[in-house]
Design a protein around this ligand. Structure first.
Ligand code: IPM
Ligand code: MG
Length: 368
């Protein structure tokens, strides 16, 4: 197979500084594990707007379509708050997701043992937690038409539309069942079938897919509000959660916090297989651009580094190297190294973004 290609889009806020650490990790795998990547870099979000007047240039979109995987930092910032909706940094990310048709967003929430006391929940509730949220990413209320702010009589009305086709539900359900088979074989589907027709259809299609092709996987259903409550009450009851775009956005932030910090969570957004068999793919941390701490060496690079680990696993078929990287992160956390988002316990050693990168590289060296 030809050298795998990777497009790096650092984006805004803390995106560039966490990506600097990921670049060092990528270089390490090149030098020490003989894994060469054909790397390119480009702009997205506010950075792209500043350079080109749009949050994602067409030529960047073309590059993203052509590579084996995209690695993205974060988008957004206060400078862009007053821009027209179509020009906001977030639209750059949404365009990538939509045009690459990345319908399955995998958001694992794993609690590293060293951080179990850092969670806002009690240790026994989160220790050993390992769940996977599969969020539908290319449809639902994020993209449904009609949408907009319209005049109605003597006032305005804001409209968004929740819309799901059977095939959109079918394909994300299959992604969840396939993942469950490699884990603990359980899927919980979340919607609001009690109040939304789209939720009724969601439940029906997920059930049908399971009946037809995944009878070996245990399926349960929950209303998304109850699901949010159960995530806080006893998250270890879940294995794979499959849900729509908006509920997935909310539930994954909540799940992230169970693990101690939003600075820890990676994600993979996967689409249909390309001609070479690899899925279309974009990897990004779940956290945002955190403009309040940008440029101060305070950002936690772990979520972005673990996103690269997911790329190794899901795009490049190097699960053992992904595990090596995850183990290196775990080791550094066990040593007590903490970026400011993780500080608070006794005996922790405060480190900067770059020092966290140094420590992870050292742990990788020791893994050889
Ligand atoms: C996420 C983010 C995005 C979303 C924003 C930045 C558009 O919150 O990836 O969870 O809402 O999907
Ligand atoms: Mg979000």
């Amino acid at each position: 197979m030809s050298t795998p290609s990777l497009l790096i889009l650092p984006g805004d806020g803390i995106g560039p500084e966490v990506m600097t650490e990921v670049a060092r990790v990528i270089e390490w795998f090149g030098q020490k594990r003989g894994m060469a990547f054909d790397l390119s870099e480009d702009l997205v979000g506010g950075a792209a707007y500043d350079a080109h007047g749009v949050p994602l240039a067409d030529k960047t979109m073309e590059k993203a379509q052509a590579v084996d995987a995209v690695l993205l930092g974060a988008v957004g910032g206060p400078n862009y708050d007053t821009l027209d909706f179509s020009l906001k940094p977030e639209r750059g990310l949404l365009r990538l997701r939509k045009e690459m048709d990345l319908f399955a967003n995998l958001r694992p929430a794993q609690c590293f043992d060293a951080l179990a006391d850092f969670s806002s929940l009690k240790r026994d509730v989160v220790a050993g937690l390992d769940i996977m949220i599969v969020r539908e990413l290319t449809s639902g209320v994020y993209f449904g038409e009609p949408r907009g702010i319209f005049e109605e009589g003597n006032e305005r009305v804001g409209i968004n539309t929740q819309r799901y086709t059977e095939s959109e539900i079918d394909r994300v359900a299959r992604a969840a069942f396939e993942l469950a088979r490699k884990r603990s074989n359980r899927v919980c589907s979340m919607e609001k079938a009690n109040v939304m027709e789209s939720g009724v259809l969601w439940r029906e299609v997920v059930t049908r897919v399971q009946d037809a092709d995944y009878a070996d996987v245990a399926l349960s259903h929950m209303y998304a509000d109850a699901g949010a409550m159960q995530l806080c009450r006893w998250p270890k009851q879940f294995d794979v959660i499959v849900t729509d775009n908006l509920f997935g956005d909310l539930l994954s932030d909540a799940a992230a916090m169970l693990t101690g910090s939003l600075g820890m969570l990676p994600s993979a957004s996967l689409g249909a297989p390309m001609a070479n068999g690899r899925p279309k793919a974009l990897y990004e941390p779940v956290h945002g651009s955190a403009p309040d701490i940008a440029g101060q060496g305070k950002a936690n690079p772990i979520a972005c580094i673990l996103s690269f680990a997911m790329a190794l696993r899901y795009s490049f078929d190097r699960g053992e190297e992904a595990s090596r990287l995850e183990a290196a992160v775990e080791r550094v956390l066990a040593e007590g190294k903490r970026t400011p988002d993780l500080l608070g316990e006794e005996g922790a050693t405060p480190v900067t973004t770059a020092q966290m990168g140094d420590a992870i590289l050292a742990a990788l060296d020791e893994s050889l």
